[in-house]
Design a protein around this ligand. Structure first.
Ligand code: FAD
Length: 396
């Protein structure tokens, strides 16, 4: 199947199966919907569209990042698009980690069922007591005891921990090491004694459930084999950085998908809503400006992200790090503006759950915070740019 064939099939699947399902999301909890969604996931598999980013031996379509980016944008048009195709965060990042750095046993135990959509996972790095913007500061520790690590710590905003089978936990394994070599990533089955899901944190008024939630977790004398560590001891931050490169393409393209849907809804509403007979909103110049500005911003953002995906593929995530930071804050900004305009054009309707706009507006405010707040990315890019100018500067 060519990428264009796949995109056509996904578009038709979204229109006929996925968008009609969304209404129920507003009326019931995510957990209540899981059995229905499981049937749709089976249908996605049956139609040969499952997990396009995964290698074929794991049941995927082995799509390169530059092609998967287009799929991700399309799936982003629905809040459940990525989940239905098993390429949702945080599982997609955990799959990549396990695939790149897992031992054979870790892959068999965790990656194979994750890729098949039989289990889910979460990633537990951020701690409420420490600024997540500087993740080298953390208190969670993993101390060696015989063949085990004993983990103690407190995490929060572990997305999708509710119902997850395992967490990849970032914990300090050597407090004496250099800051970026102190921590390791360790696989912790969620049913290990000492793991407590304290609560699903209410965010923007919603506790959520199952995959659509963010949890507070406690680890109290949690004992797991040393063989559960991913990669070398002390490689936790290096692996986290590696996870974030393609991860930002996934997020940014998903946001572009949201923008496309919001844009379509905005235009449809602008031509349908009449201020008086024969006078649709679309005739107002202010609305026309929003339409034009949104179109330009979405198209430019898409090209920037696709070009960054190309750079990651050809040069690697480290060489592409400036671009990865640029897309992270730039596209998050475009997302906020486009959603805001689309809601404004809908008037009161935009605040209801009759469209996905309000839920996105609430939940995607986090886009400017997770995976590194805007300000961190802006500072790090600007510092590198300015450093090159300082180096070139000759004394007056
Ligand atoms: C929806 C959502 C999902 C998440 N999912 C996960 C997950 O699955 N796993 C996980 O481990 N974590 C997750 N997180 C946590 C996320 O990684 C952190 O929120 C993020 O790293 C920021 O850390 P913080 O919240 O502690 O903010 P802080 O570090 O306290 O920063 C607060 C604010 O300070 C400002 N700031 C910070 N640094 C600078 C700087 N250098 N210059 C200027 N201003 C600065 C920024 O405006 C920032 O928003 C999630 C967060 C959200 C919102």
């Amino acid at each position: 199947m060519t990428i264009n064939d796949l995109l056509t099939d996904i578009r038709s699947f979204l229109d006929t199966v996925v968008f009609p399902l969304e209404k129920e999301l507003g009326q019931s909890s995510f957990r209540e919907l899981v059995p229905r969604l499981a049937k749709v996931r089976e249908e996605v598999k049956r139609r040969g569209m499952w997990a396009p980013h995964l290698p074929r031996e794991l049941g995927g379509l082995a799509m390169p990042l530059t092609e998967f980016a287009h799929v991700s944008a399309l799936l982003g048009e629905s809040p459940i698009g990525h989940y239905l195709f098993n390429c949702q965060a945080p599982d997609i990042g955990n799959c990549e980690l396990l695939h790149g750095h897992g031992s054979t046993e870790q892959k068999n135990t965790w990656l194979v069922p994750l890729a098949a959509g039989e289990i889910r996972s979460c990633f537990a790095m951020t701690e409420p007591e420490f600024a997540g913007s500087n993740p080298v500061n953390m208190a969670t520790s993993a101390k060696r005891d015989g063949n085990d690590y004993v983990i103690n710590g407190h995490k929060w905003f572990a997305s999708s921990a509710d119902g997850a089978s395992f967490a990849i936990v970032m914990a300090v394994t050597n407090p004496e090491a250099a800051p970026h070599k102190r921590a390791s990533q360790i696989i912790v089955p969620m049913n290990t004694p000492g793991v407590t899901l304290v609560r699903n944190i209410s965010t923007m008024g919603h506790e959520g459930s199952d995959w659509m939630s963010h949890a507070e977790l406690r680890f109290t004398n949690v004992r797991v084999p040393i063989a559960n560590r991913l990669g070398e001891e002390g490689a936790g931050f290096a692996l986290a950085q590696e996870r974030l490169g393609p991860g930002r393409i996934h997020h940014c393209m998903r946001w572009i998908g949201i923008c496309e849907r919001a844009f379509r809804l905005m235009c449809e509403r602008a031509v349908a809503r009449e201020l008086s007979p024969g006078e649709p909103l679309a005739k107002q110049q202010g609305i026309q400006f929003w339409v034009a500005e949104s179109r330009a911003e979405i198209d430019a953002a898409r090209l920037l992200v696709l070009d960054t995906a190309q750079q990651i593929e050809t040069l690697g995530a480290h060489q592409a790090r400036d671009r990865i930071s640029l897309i992270k804050f730039h596209v998050a900004g475009v997302l906020g503006r486009v959603l805001d305009r689309a809601i404004q054009v809908h008037g009161a309707l935009g605040l209801t759950d009759e469209t996905p706009l309000a839920a996105w507006y609430a939940h995607e405010r986090g886009a400017r915070i997770y995976d590194g707040p805007d300000e961190v990315h802006k500072s790090s890019v600007a510092k590198r740019i300015l450093k090159s100018y300082s180096a070139k500067r000759t004394a007056p």
